[in-house]
Design a protein around this ligand. Structure first.
Ligand code: NDP
Length: 495
């Protein structure tokens, strides 16, 4: 171990780290002991704002390798050749809990990866579920309020959660997945990741495709059942962090295969669901998964705060060949994620090493808090006669038309309001008998904690949704909650 001199933050060597400077051995402390002040002042500024969602997380560096040719769909340089690789940084997280909350809770998991590509950084900021609770970002703050703490009791409120869900039936698909076995993954290695939103891809012929991304765990899927999750939350609330650290430190590098689903522009117009609705999947049978490559996590960062806490992801970070779609949740996140990072880390968050593009950047943004100003003395305005920065028109995105429409506030049409068919298929087709039983038990346990004057009203409203998705599912949950079902009411709910 090489010896270093102890210094102040300005590099001035100093000799005393234990005792403050005082007037006599028992006298008061002197204001001129600036080392004492520096230490105390820095200490009370160690915390930065916690992420309002996804506060508890784990992260690791890794590598993405292209194994299959998808250049027919995208001109993204990363995907131009089999064998291409790039460095990555992935952050996993729970969603609703605070930074110190337990890892083994029933909650979606964030699965965000930054690909440091030759065309700049590309962020795929998804979850471990292919769908989401709401399809419009306008509802997001209200939805998250119900997942956080009650304003009066400061407790999680099952009443608010189910009140919101029952008033927003578009949540049902995600609610069923959350209440199924996959609602509590066994750490982060044994779960899939999904880009969830619809994105677009453009190829070298300027043809446009709609795309969804899937990352399937090579470790397989493993979940906790409730009892074990509760036990582990008490014994080791940092279970998932420890699991990831140990695996990577032991050289057991976790891997995920990336797949895409593609819908052609013409097919999207015929699709029976809104292809830009994040509460819907694209059935595998109609839009098969196409293999793309493999993501391997192989390096734990040497400092958690520097790399994981300061990691800033945003779906707005796209690269040439990959673009957005009219998905309303995606559109909201394109604004909200960078906005959150500017609040949490400052306007120059892109200069923090984990977020910065390895090839650097060239533009006219300058100064602000913590600016490193890598452009130095170069002109800070455009156009100018001095620098050689050129806007490259070959990167221009193809214009596209959506239903010959105008921008407006549109009422949702009937097709978009089908919140029941896919959740029904999930229950009837995807889950086996034991999985169904556990799903029902999880929902019954969760809903039985709804309390207050509106308990009956909220339960009945949500039961109607379950019935509309699948009658057996509704019946079993009603029985579990000891609710008498009136056959007429049930038939009414099916209409
Ligand atoms: P498929 O039968 O082709 O796909 C079913 C998919 O469900 C599987 O491939 C798997 O996704 C996922 N799955 C399997 N078991 C569970 C479980 N216990 N909990 C949650 N997900 C599970 O049917 P469809 O494509 O027509 O989709 C039917 C339903 O499957 C959807 O409504 C959705 O709820 C669920 N699903 C569909 C996905 C899709 O992209 N089509 C992705 C994930 C879930 P995976 O292979 O990704 O592990």
């Amino acid at each position: 171990m090489s010896t270093k001199k102890l210094t102040t933050a300005q590099g001035n060597p100093y000799f005393e780290h234990q005792d403050s400077q005082t007037v006599g051995p028992r006298g008061p402390v002197l204001l001129q002991d600036y080392l004492l002040q520096e230490n105390l002042a820095h200490f009370v500024r160690e915390r930065i704002p916690e992420r309002v969602v996804h506060a508890k997380g784990s992260g690791a560096y890794g590598q993405f390798t292209v194994t299959h040719d998808i250049s027919a769909y995208t001109k993204a340089k990363l995907f131009s050749k089999i064998g291409n690789t790039c460095t990555t940084f992935t952050r996993f997280s729970t969603v609703g809990g605070e930074k110190g909350s337990a890892d083994t809770v029933r909650d979606p998991r964030g699965f965000a990866t930054k690909f440091y590509t030759e065309d700049g950084n590309w962020d795929l900021v998804g979850n471990n579920t292919p769908v989401f609770f709401i399809k419009d970002a306008k509802k997001f703050p209200d939805f998250i309020h119900t997942q956080k703490r009650d304003p009066k009791t400061n407790l999680k409120s099952h009443t608010s959660i189910w009140d919101f869900w029952s008033l927003n039936p578009e949540s049902l698909h995600q609610v069923l997945i959350l209440m199924s076995d996959r609602g509590i993954p066994d750490g982060y290695r044994y779960m899939n990741g999904y880009g969830s939103h619809t994105f677009s891809m453009t190829n070298n012929e300027n043809q446009k495709f709609w795309v969804k991304f899937h990352l399937k765990s090579e470790q397989g899927i493993r979940n906790f059942i409730d009892d074990n999750a509760i036990r582990v939350a008490g014994e080791n609330p940092d279970y998932a962090q420890e699991d990831l650290c140990k695996a990577i430190e032991n050289g057991d590098f976790p891997k995920w295969k990336m797949y895409i689903q593609i819908i052609k522009e013409e097919e999207a117009k015929e699709f029976r669901w809104n292809p830009f609705d994040v509460t819907k999947v694209w059935p595998h049978s109609e839009f098969p998964l196409l293999e793309v490559g493999v993501l391997e996590l192989n390096e734990m960062p040497n400092n958690y705060f520097t790399h994981v806490e300061q990691a800033a992801f945003s779906p707005s970070q796209i690269v040439d060949g990959i673009g957005f779609s009219p998905d309303k949740m995606l559109q909201g996140r394109i604004f909200s994620y960078p906005d959150a990072q500017r609040y949490r880390l400052g306007v120059n968050y892109h200069q923090i090493p984990v977020n910065s593009c390895p090839m650097g950047y060239s533009n006219y943004q300058r100064d602000g808090a913590m600016a490193l100003n890598p452009a130095g003395s170069a002109p800070n305005y455009h156009p100018n006669s001095f620098d050689a920065i050129k806007a490259d028109e070959s990167y221009q995105q193809k214009a596209y038309e959506i239903n010959n429409s105008h921008v407006d506030f549109y009422n949702r049409n009937e097709t978009d309001d089908d919140h029941y068919t896919q959740p029904g298929l999930f229950y009837s087709k995807v889950l086996n008998t034991e999985e169904k039983e556990r799903l029902v038990k999880n929902i019954v346990d969760h809903m039985s904690k709804i309390s207050g004057d509106l308990r009956e009203e909220i339960i009945n409203r949500q039961l109607c949704h379950f019935f509309r998705a699948n009658i057996e599912l509704g019946m079993k949950i009603a029985m579990g909650l000891q609710i008498n079902i009136d056959a007429n009411a049930m038939n009414h709910s099916k209409k």
